[in-house]
Design a protein around this ligand. Structure first.
Ligand SMILES: [Zn+2]
Length: 258
């Protein structure tokens, strides 16, 4: 399913391979300029898809290296105009000749600071969005249907109510992740954006692709189960806890800076 992406290959080639996999038309998770991917390069910088590039045919020219600090600093500012946000995005580039990073680079920067997160993949899957564009969105985020969904997508997903994409979304997303970790003590694997899309985070391109594909499968099963018999029958909290193991207190402390 997932072609080998040896750790010895460069971060750029692993990011491009992940992007090509997510951008395959038959997967129906991103078309045209939809979605974006990123990976951390070190303590100071990361690579993210440039604005308007296509995931399925992404090349080196469609990827921009950015510094974390200027983008993370934006999360603390509430009064930036759209023009100022664009200037900050351009100013975060390591090379002035690189293309403008995606406006979602702000949330990528934040997510890549979480412990254990090396790759992020954001998509707009048809199967998932048919639920996220319905009143069942939160129900889908909070519950689990089958064991492998827990293995790949975690015991629960972070849910972010619809927010204007860009800086506002990045700020809402960070608040939702912090609240999730405080409540569950677990690292999120999946973040669901109401009326928008799906984010998978993980230590490798393979994990991000696997989480995305399993999230799509869970969404298809959710819709099928609901069509067959109304509200799907979810795994019980005890079933979920048995598969997911105990909450990781250490993780909570790390993310919350305790
Ligand atoms: Zn999006």
């Amino acid at each position: 399913m997932v072609p080998p992406m040896p750790e010895s290959s460069s971060p750029l080639s692993r990011l491009l391979e992940l992007s090509h996999q997510l951008g395959r038309e038959d997967r129906r998770v991103a078309i045209l300029g939809e979605g974006n991917t990123s990976t951390r390069l070190g303590a100071d910088t990361f690579m993210v898809k440039a604005s308007g590039s296509n995931l399925g045919s992404l090349s080196e020219a469609g990827v921009t290296e950015c510094r974390f600090d200027p983008l993370l600093a934006m999360l603390k500012e509430t009064r930036l105009s759209d023009e100022e946000i664009d200037e900050r995005l351009l100013g975060a580039r390591v090379s002035a000749s690189a293309r403008k990073p995606s406006t979602e680079a702000i949330f990528h920067a934040y997510l890549l600071t979480l412990p254990g997160v090396e790759f992020v993949g954001h998509t707009h899957p048809v199967a998932v969005n048919q639920i996220l564009c319905s009143r069942h969105a939160r129900l889908f985020a909070r519950n689990r249907l089958f064991p492998d969904e827990i293995v790949c997508c975690g015991a629960e997903s972070v849910f972010v109510p619809y927010t204007d994409p860009g800086l506002r979304l990045a700020r809402a997303l960070r608040a939702a992740v912090v609240a999730f970790v405080r409540r569950t003590g677990r690292p999120p694997r999946v973040i669901l954006l109401e009326n928008h899309g799906f984010i998978a985070l993980g230590p490798s391109p393979e994990s991000v692709l696997a989480t995305t594909l399993m999230g799509v499968k869970a969404a298809e099963i959710f819709v099928g189960a609901a069509a067959a018999a109304g509200r799907p029958r979810f795994l019980t909290p005890a079933n979920v806890a048995r598969i997911a193991g105990r909450p990781d207190e250490h993780y909570r402390q790390k993310v919350l800076g305790l």
